[in-house]
Design a protein around this ligand. Structure first.
Ligand SMILES: Cc1cc2nc3c(=O)[nH]c(=O)nc-3n(C[C@H](O)[C@H](O)[C@H](O)COP(=O)(O)OP(=O)(O)OC[C@H]3O[C@@H](n4cnc5c(N)ncnc54)[C@H](O)[C@@H]3O)c2cc1C
Length: 254
């Protein structure tokens, strides 16, 4: 079965992202040279962390742009990669359906999760993919180039790509794509990226994620979203003060 699912690997990253963001921020307000500021933060890591927390909260996000993260992504459907490449501050190189023609009568594809609870439709889906694979293969065997044979491949066809971006671009991506409103597949990928970035640079990405993580919802149906409700409840339990907008909606959903 050539069914597949998304896999995300961090290929490369800037070596000292937290220090670079703190240094960029402090340079704006200090008479010291940037190299001296780096050295000072090495001696005083708490000061560095506080500086990063402050600039993130203040929206001084140009300071995040000095740090690059490069990911390898496999097993993402063309339906999802089409959404991914809409993020104009990320950079992409994607496997070509022109230059890479599948040699077999099968091709890797992604199946919507919801089909697993409807066995009959799940089977039909697999049968259709097999039929498409055979037609595609017949085209290639007949001498058609990959760039023409690919016309029969579906949105479900799996792809792979290298995608890079600076920390600010990833922040913006995560805000939109870890939200419950995002499509499930790109959301799955976004959560993988969020998990990796938080593991690598927990201070820099402390409040990365959908807007509810930062205390509000940008979607009109926020109050009905189970994740939003969970986040608000957790904030209330921790005794964190919500703003008026948040309290009003929290009352509506409890
Ligand atoms: C839930 C959801 C549903 C969606 N549904 C659809 C849909 O039905 N149809 C559709 O076509 N797309 C849809 N999209 C894609 C969406 O319209 C955006 O293309 C995508 O989310 C990238 O967002 P962005 O443009 O903010 O990000 P980026 O391109 O990464 O840009 C980041 C930020 O940079 C700034 N920026 C970038 N370029 C410019 C510019 N030229 N001028 C000014 N500021 C700029 C903006 O502040 C922007 O928010 C959907 C996205 C989501 C999350």
């Amino acid at each position: 079965m050539p069914e597949t699912s998304v896999k995300v690997v961090l290929l490369e990253k800037s070596p000292h992202p937290t220090a670079m963001t703190a240094t960029a921020a402090r340079t704006c307000y200090s008479a010291s040279e940037p190299s001296a500021i780096v050295a000072r933060f090495e001696r005083k890591p708490d000061d560095m962390i506080q500086t990063v927390d402050r600039v993130r909260a203040a929206g001084h996000h140009s300071t995040l742009e000095h740090n690059i993260y490069v990911f390898g992504v496999t097993g993402l459907s063309r339906a999802a990669t089409h959404q991914l490449v809409r993020h104009r501050h990320l950079q992409f190189d994607q496997q070509s359906q022109r230059y890479l023609a599948f040699k077999e009568a099968t091709f890797p594809y992604v199946k919507p999760r919801k089909l697993s609870s409807i066995p009959e439709l799940s089977r039909k889906f697999d049968e259709l993919m097999a039929q498409i694979g055979e037609t595609y293969h017949a085209f290639i065997e007949a001498g058609l180039p990959g760039e023409d044979a690919r016309f029969v491949l579906p949105n479900a066809a799996a792809s792979q790509l290298v995608v890079s971006g600076n920390a600010r671009a990833w922040y913006e991506f995560l805000t939109l794509r870890t939200c419950n409103m995002a499509q499930w597949e790109i959301r799955e990928m976004a959560f993988e990226i969020l998990r990796i970035l938080k593991r690598e640079d927990p201070v820099l990405f402390r409040d990365a994620g959908a807007t509810c993580v930062r205390g509000y919802c940008h979607e009109p149906n926020g109050p009905e979203c189970p994740r939003y409700i969970a986040v608000i409840r957790a904030q209330q339990e921790q005794g964190r003060r919500a703003d008026a907008w948040l309290e009003q909606r929290a009352k509506k959903i409890t």
